[in-house]
Every structure is written in structure tokens, then in C-alpha cells.
Design a protein around this ligand. Structure first.
Ligand code: HT7
Ligand code: ZN
Length: 874
């Protein structure tokens, strides 16, 4: 398939000044008349060419005259029209088939024909499935949208922008018009039509604009939208206070759907959400899901400035809006909740999702140089690594400097389609500094490594820290120039106190922590007046997205785990120590790290001073995917077993009595409140129960069965169910049956029922997945359901999926072929489970290779799936 290259970018030859869309909506057939006022770039001489995919063209006219068939050509998804000039008005009429659209891109039906509703999804290139248009983000137009439909079937009609009239029509039909005063790219267009209920709240922006906030959902779930409404209001206030950004329309609509390819979509004035990220209630949502709802509501709202008011020039700049908006959301969530816990959660996600992506055949720079299918580039690299790059810049400029830079960026680029250069330029100029060296981070794939070596000279009382960076190179290419790497650091004395930092060549001050930006391949930092050999705490708060290699002794890591005041680095020391302990077990030749890890955690377990949620995280070793990253011949089942052994050692060290006591104490405080201490108690209770299960499976299952039965909310209920299912307990079957009946009508709760079973470890998982596919509630047409069963199995259950007989791989390719014909985006995302197959141990590697090669040879794969499979195979 053709590759689109960043280096081929040309400004559009034709722009659209205004667009008037007139929809006649129906489930099987909808008709749309689009009137475009065209502007021509006088410097270019290209014919008028518009994107349009699978459109049924009914009529076409230019400047009021019907065009003869000889005056236009529609082939290969492009409509070419003769005779247009600057100021021409092109009118096209097309017919769309929403109910037949299973790809969920363009105009489609959510839910059933009888009661479902119509909606659109246009990012990245869905608008071309709706009408003929220069469907690229640097064409920004003013939209006026009129919707007409049967009033009884479609009582609610919504589009982005401000309402501009509504009324009755003959034959039980009605109409509504919306005008958006802000020019926008086509990917931000949206409409919704159907039977929906709403929650409403009045809001006044800091600059005095009254705004109606309206959340829409189907009648049976509208009561589960209150938390999202509160989160929306918090997000709006936070953006006003933190960035001085106000909302800019009279109404802000948010709609929930069960049928959605991603998390949510920031359409101007009409955000559309996967119900999974909008609905929340204690009976069906876990604490983690509440946090996700708050984060995604904030993320989409923040796009109104970082994405909508200032959009991307082309899709190569995707991280300009996504990395920046993830960063804004992370800062918001840190302010609303616990900052260290949020940082731990985000870095854990980066390591679980982005590091493996960056280390395998799907690796790409945050700003890719080329793509075949843009939908394949909504990746952890563009989002999560992109956010880390913004975080480095924000850290470099400091709070006030970053705000100054963001003000400059928004002011200078408001209403424009910008590039990453525009972003770095504005941040730098507002602070009289050159940030362009950071551009190198955006252009190279792979996670850089940072090697740290310390040397203490007692006679001179000097500590020299040598830091050397190494970026994974590309075979046959020049070594890469060094990157700017901000390293936040501190030094600890052996008694756990922080030492004042006297860095040679730097302004002195009574600092205990500082940030040093590395700019060379190797750099030595000399600290003077250091009384005894220190333990360095490096990359505090994870100040740069690199892999740190430092020859700490187990005792040094245990010291940081016990004493570091940076909550993130304390956790990080524990993760490194746990990884060493894991290696002790794997290699069977030493147990220093294992003992150091268990002892340090045993001390913390008894300490009153530590927050329950942080303790739960400290008691959790790195996951199987992360541990696999360090292996060269991966056997996921062996890794699973070793990680279980590691946790069993910890449980033994803590002791059954202490674990039971702690469990009972935590269970004594069971509530469904959402405040931080209540959430923290639930998190620790779950961890304690999991550890207990490794010591006394029978006893822990009795507790879990009781916890399942008596749970006041979903967090406790699902935690108990997971312990029963993962432990293959007798009581699991009864609990699963109970859950299935209890939540028969609750789609989101049922998704968790599928996932928890798909994630049971080891060989039995595959049989269970096959059985669950036969459940009446399973359908390959719903992305959430596919994700909850097949996604959870292939991406969230390494020891179940990677069977040595290759049955997991064969199942995946069979399902991919079916799914690809329904929804290529969903199929392509699932196929990324094959990432990293080259590092499997030989038997699994060969089984995976055969399966992938078979799929690659399948005729008629979508561009989405073909690109992923092609890249994975090479
Ligand atoms: N900007 C959105 C990205 C997106 C998307 C959303 C729903 C369906 C398909 C989609 N393709 C791309 C989501 C976001 O980052 O906010
Ligand atoms: Zn986004």
C-alpha cells in the first residue's frame, strides 16, 4: 500500500471557507447535501480534488449548474471536478447507509435498529465517508449544519456549534440547525440523532460566558452520568485556573455510546464518549474506572484548546495535540488526586505499553516520518511518550515559564493548524531559550538508555557521578547525536537523610534536589563536600523517558525504597529491587536482592507512616510484560511462574498472621465511599488478599467468596472474583454465575465478566475464551466486547495466550480475519499482540511466525491490518 510521507507535505491547493451540510437522516439510508465555498491558492495550479470513500453520489453542481458526467471523475476515493475557481460553490448530494456501517467510522448506528441512535466518528479520516471534502486537518472551515428526521424516531438532533433554530416539518418530521463560529478541520465535525436523555448543568466561564453543559445517554444509563458531569466542571475550572483557557461556545454536549472504536472523541462542542469512559456508579464501576472517567472527560475537554482551537497541520503532528493533551490531563489528575500515585500509574503504563512498542518491529518516532494507515498511529508512543516529552519541556521551563510558553503557543497559533516546530518555537521564545534540540526526541524511535556510575573519593570528600546516554541505533546508520536528557537527582546518606548538593561549576545554594540537563554522550558531575559515600536517587519523578542502568547494590535500593521522599522514586527503587529479586530466582545463584526486597517491604508493611495505596503499589512487583522485556528467549509461562514464586516469598516474609490481621482490619472499614482513604484501603485489601492466596489458597478463597458476597461496590466485588477465578477456586463458578445474572443488562459490568475469565493464567484460558465466545452476550461487532474477551486474552494474559502449542496464535489469526471484514481498526489494534514475537523462545517463535505468515498471505486484508502484519513480520 502507498506510503504517505511527512517530507511530501504541501499546503492545500484548495481550501473551504464555509460549508453548509443538510442531512435527511434515516437508519438504512441518510441523504446529505453539502455546499462548499471554495478558495483557491493562487500560487498553485492543481485541479479541484476532494476525498470521498465509498460514497454514493446522487448529484453534483458547480456555481448553481448541474455538472455533466464529463466534468467530473470519481475513482480511487477521489472526486476530481473541472471548472472550479476561487469563490466557486460546489454542491454534492450523497446517500449513506448508516446501519450497514460496521467499521464505526463516518455515519453509523449505535445499538439496535429499533432503539439505537445515529452518530458520526470523523477522526482521523472519517469525514470522507460522509461527504466529498479536502479531508485534511489544515483545511479549516466554518460549519453550518441542518438535521432533518422523523421526530418520533429521532427526537434529539445534535451537531457541533451553537444552536441556530429548530422547528417542525410535515409528516411528523422536525429539523434543527447548528452554526459553529470557530473554523475547524473536518475531523472535528459531529452529529448525533436519536432517543437520548440528558443531564444538564449551568456553568459560567471565568471570562463570564454562560454555558449549558449537557450530557446525553440512553434512558437506562443517564443516572450514571453524574460523576462525569462533576469531572467536566472540575476540568473546566482547572483549565481556566492553570492555563487561563475558557470554553468558547454557548453549549457543550457530551454523548455516551456503547459502540465506539476508541475511548472518546473531542468533536467541537459535541464530545462523543465510549460509555466505558463516561458512566460510573459504585455498583458497576471500580475505583480505577472512576479515575479513568475523570481523566478521559478532562482529556477530551482540554482538547478544546490543545487540538481544536490550535489543531495539527497534518497527521504526522498528531502528538502535538495528543502528547500535549495527555500531559495536561496527567497534571490535572495529579492535582485532583495523589500526585505520586498518578505518576506511578502513568509510568507503569508507559513501561507496559510503550516501551515494548518502542523495542519491537512496530517502533516509530513520536513524529513518524511515514505511514500507510493513520489509524494505526494512535499509539502509546504518540500519546504516552509524547506526553513525557512535553513533561520534559515543562520541567525545563518551570511552572511559570511553561505557562508563559503555553500562552504564547495558544495566542500565536489560535485558529491555525500548527506543527511541533511551532510548539517548541513558542515555548522557547517566550522564555528566551532554544528548545529546538528537543526536536531530536520527536524524530527517533527507541527508548534511550542512561548508564550511571558513581565514584566516591573519601580523601577529597568528592562524589563523581558519570552519566552516559545511548540511543538504540539503526543498523548501518551513523550513531545518533546525544539528546537533551533532564536528570532530576538527589543524594542520600546511608542513614536515609538527604544530603545538600554542592555541584561543581553550578551556582551554590542549599539545594537537596536539582535537575541537570545532559547534552553530551557522557558527562561527569562532581559533588563536593560529601561527608560519606552517598546513594544517588536518579531521574526522580521519572524526569526523562529512558531506561536507567545503575549498579546499585540491593542494600542501596532497599535504602531508597525505605527512605526516598519522592514517592515515585521510592516505588521505582522497589521495582528495580523486585526485578533483581526475580533474577535471583530465575538464575538460582543468589538471594541477596530477594531478601533485601522482602525485608524492606516487611518494615514498610508494619509502618504506620505509609499511605495504604502507595503500600499496595510497593507490594506489587513489575508485571509479566515488563519482566519479559528483559529476556531474550521469552517463555511467558515460565515468567508467570517465577513472578508467582517471587510474590510467594514476599507473602511468606510478611507472614500469614500479619496478612490476615491486615486484611481483617481493612475489611472492617469497608465502605463504598470514593474519598482517597477509602479507595486506598480497597487497593491494599486487594493486594493483601492476593498475597494471602499464595500462602493459603483455601483460606484466601473463603475470604474472597465472602468478600464477593458482601461487597458494597464493584471494586471489592471484582477483586474477590478475580482472586477466585485466577486461583481456579471451586467457588469461582458460583460467583461467575451470580455475576452473569446480576449484570445481565449492564453491558459495561458484563465486559469485566468476560475480561476476568480471559485473564485466568495458563493453558485453561484458551478453552474458556472459546466457551465465552458462545455466550449470548458475545458479539464480534462491539469493540468493547471484543476487547474485553479477545483483547484481554491476547494482550493482557501472556501466560494464557502464548501457549507452546501455538493454539493462542492460531485463534488470534482466525478471529482477525473475521474482525477485519467488520471493523479494520479493531482488528489492527488486536493484531499488535504479535509485537515482540521475534524474542519468544524458539518453539513459540516458530509457531507465531507460521501464524503471522499465514495471515500475511490472506487476500483482501484491510490497509489497517495489512500494515500492522507487514510491520510485525519484518
Ligand atoms: N482524538 C481521538 C482519537 C481518535 C478516535 C476516537 C474515537 C474513534 C476513533 C478515533 N480515531 C482517533 C481520541 C483522543 O485522543 O482524544
Ligand atoms: Zn486525545
Amino acid at each position: 500500500p502507498a506510503l504517505i510521507r511527512l517530507s511530501d507535505y504541501r499546503a492545500p491547493a484548495w481550501r473551504v471557507e464555509t460549508v453548509a451540510l443538510d442531512f435527511d437522516l434515516g437508519i438504512d439510508a441518510s441523504e446529505l447535501c453539502a455546499r462548499l465555498l471554495l478558495r483557491r491558492d493562487p500560487a498553485q495550479d492543481a485541479p479541484l480534488r476532494l476525498d470521498g470513500e465509498d460514497l454514493q453520489l446522487l448529484s453534483i453542481s458547480l456555481d448553481g449548474l448541474q455538472l455533466p458526467a464529463t466534468a467530473y471523475r470519481y475513482a480511487d476515493n477521489v472526486l476530481e471536478v473541472d471548472g472550479a475557481h476561487d469563490g466557486s460553490v460546489l454542491e454534492t448530494r450523497v446517500r449513506l447507509r448508516p446501519a450497514a456501517n460496521t467499521a464505526l467510522e463516518g455515519l453509523y448506528l449505535s445499538g439496535s435498529r429499533e432503539s439505537g441512535f445515529l452518530l458520526t466518528q470523523c477522526e482521523a479520516e472519517g469525514f470522507r465517508h460522509i461527504t466529498f471534502f479536502p479531508d485534511r486537518p489544515d483545511v479549516q472551515a466554518r460549519y453550518s449544519v441542518t438535521l432533518r428526521a422523523d421526530r418520533e424516531r429521532f427526537p434529539v438532533l445534535l451537531a457541533g456549534g451553537n444552536p441556530d433554530g429548530a422547528g417542525e416539518l410535515e409528516g411528523g418530521r422536525h429539523w434543527a440547525r447548528f452554526v459553529d463560529p470557530h473554523p475547524k478541520p473536518s475531523y472535528l465535525f459531529a452529529l448525533v440523532a436519536g432517543r437520548l436523555e440528558k443531564l444538564e448543568r449551568d456553568y459560567v466561564t471565568a471570562d463570564g460566558r454562560p454555558v449549558q453543559l449537557k450530557i446525553w445517554a440512553e434512558a437506562d444509563v443517564i443516572d450514571r452520568c453524574h460523576y462525569a458531569m462533576d469531572a467536566l466542571e472540575r476540568s473546566m475550572r482547572w483549565d481556566e485556573q492553570t492555563y487561563g483557557r475558557n470554553y468558547d461556545l454557548d453549549v457543550f454536549h457530551v454523548v455516551a455510546t456503547n459502540d465506539f472504536n476508541m475511548g472518546a472523541m473531542e468533536n467541537k462542542g459535541l464530545n462523543i464518549f465510549n460509555a466505558k469512559y463516561l458512566l460510573a456508579d459504585p455498583d458497576s464501576s471500580t475505583d480505577e474506572e472512576y479515575r479513568h472517567v475523570e481523566a478521559v472527560v478532562a482529556h477530551e475537554y482540554f482538547h478544546n484548546w490543545s487540538g481544536n482551537r490550535v489543531t495539527c497541520r497534518d497527521w504526522f503532528q498528531l502528538s502535538l495535540k495528543e502528547g500535549l493533551t495527555v500531559f495536561r490531563e496527567q497534571s490535572f489528575s495529579a492535582d485532583m488526586n495523589s500526585a505520586p500515585l498518578k505518576r506511578i500509574e502513568d509510568v507503569a503504563l508507559l513501561r507496559r505499553a510503550q516501551f515494548p512498542e518502542d523495542a519491537g518491529p512496530l517502533a516509530h518516532p513520536v513524529r513518524p516520518a511515514q505511514y500507510s494507515e493513520i489509524n494505526n498511529f494512535y499509539t502509546a508512543t504518540v500519546y504516552e511518550k509524547g506526553s513525557e516529552l512535553v513533561r520534559m519541556l515543562a520541567g525545563r521551563l518551570g511552572r511559570d515559564g511553561f505557562r508563559r510558553g503555553m500562552d504564547r503557543y495558544f495566542e500565536r497559533n489560535d485558529g491555525r493548524a500548527a506543527t511541533l516546530e511551532d510548539f517548541l518555537g513558542a515555548l522557547g521564545e517566550a522564555n528566551d531559550t532554544d528548545l529546538m534540540p528537543y526536536l531530536a526526541w520527536y524524530g527517533q524511535a527507541g527508548t534511550p538508555r542512561l548508564k550511571a556510575r558513581g565514584h566516591y573519593d573519601p580523601a577529597r570528600r568528592e562524589y563523581t557521578l558519570t552519566l552516559a546516554q545511548h540511543a538504540p541505533g539503526v543498523a548501518g546508520k551513523e550513531p545518533r547525536p546525544p539528546l537533551p536528557i533532564p536528570v532530576k537527582l538527589a543524594l542520600f546518606a546511608r542513614d536515609g537523610t538527604m544530603l545538600p548538593l554542592h555541584l561543581q561549576g553550578a551556582a551554590s545554594g542549599n539545594l537537596h534536589e536539582r535537575v541537570v540537563v545532559l547534552t553530551r554522550t557522557e558527562q561527569s558531575l562532581v559533588f563536593t563536600d560529601v561527608a560519606s559515600e552517598p546513594v544517588p536517587s536518579l531521574l526522580r519523578g521519572f524526569s526523562a523517558p529512558v531506561i536507567l542502568e545503575c549498579d546499585y547494590t540491593p542494600a542501596e535500593l532497599a535504602l531508597l525504597l525505605g527512605h526516598d521522599v519522592d514517592g515515585f522514586n521510592r516505588w521505582e527503587a522497589g521495582q528495580q529491587l523486585a526485578t533483581r529479586a526475580y533474577e535471583d530466582l530465575r538464575d538460582g545463584d543468589a538471594t541477596h536482592a530477594l531478601h533485601a526486597w522482602c525485608d524492606a517491604l516487611a518494615r514498610l508493611f508494619d509502618s504506620e507512616a505509609i499511605d495504604d495505596a502507595l503500600l499496595a503499589d510497593l507490594l506489587t512487583p513489575p508485571g509479566e510484560i515488563e519482566l519479559a522485556e528483559r529476556e531474550t528467549a521469552i517463555d511467558p509461562q515460565h515468567i508467570h511462574g517465577l513472578r508467582q514464586d517471587l510474590q510467594r516469598h514476599l507473602a511468606e516474609r510478611l507472614g500469614a498472621d500479619a496478612l490476615y490481621r491486615r486484611y481483617q482490619a481493612l475489611a472492617g472499614h469497608t465502605t463504598i465511599e470514593l474519598d482517597a482513604p477509602s479507595q486506598a484501603r480497597r487497593r491494599l485489601k486487594r493486594r493483601v488478599l492476593e498475597l494471602l492466596h499464595l500462602l493459603d489458597a483455601e483460606g484466601a478463597c473463603l475470604l474472597a467468596a465472602a468478600q464477593y458476597r458482601d461487597a458494597p461496590g464493584m471494586t471489592d466485588r471484582l477483586a474477590a472474583l478475580a482472586v477466585l477465578v485466577r486461583g481456579h477456586a471451586d467457588a469461582a463458578a458460583g460467583a461467575l454465575l451470580d455475576y452473569r445474572q446480576r449484570y445481565a443488562d449492564n453491558t459495561l459490568a458484563l465486559d469485566k465478566w468476560f475480561s476476568v475469565q480471559a485473564q485466568m493464567p495458563g493453558e485453561p484460558a484458551l478453552e474458556r475464551v472459546l466457551a465465552l465466545e458462545k455466550d449470548a452476550a458475545f458479539t464480534p461487532k462491539n469493540p468493547n466486547r471484543v476487547q474485553s474477551l479477545l483483547g484481554a486474552f491476547v494482550r493482557g494474559n501472556p501466560s494464557g495466550f502464548h501457549r507452546v502449542d501455538g493454539a493462542g496464535y492460531r485463534l488470534l489469526i482466525e478471529r482477525l480475519i473475521t474482525l477485519d471484514s467488520l471493523n479494520p481498526q479493531v482488528a489492527a489494534r488486536l493484531a499488535t499482540a504479535f509485537n515482540g514475537w521475534q524474542r519468544l523462545e524458539p518453539k513459540r517463535r516458530e509457531a507465531a511466525r507460521l501464524a503471522i505468515a499465514e495471515l500475511a498471505g490472506h487476500v483482501g486484508l484491510s490497509r489497517n491490518l495489512a500494515e500492522i502484519i507487514g510491520n510485525v513480520l519484518n
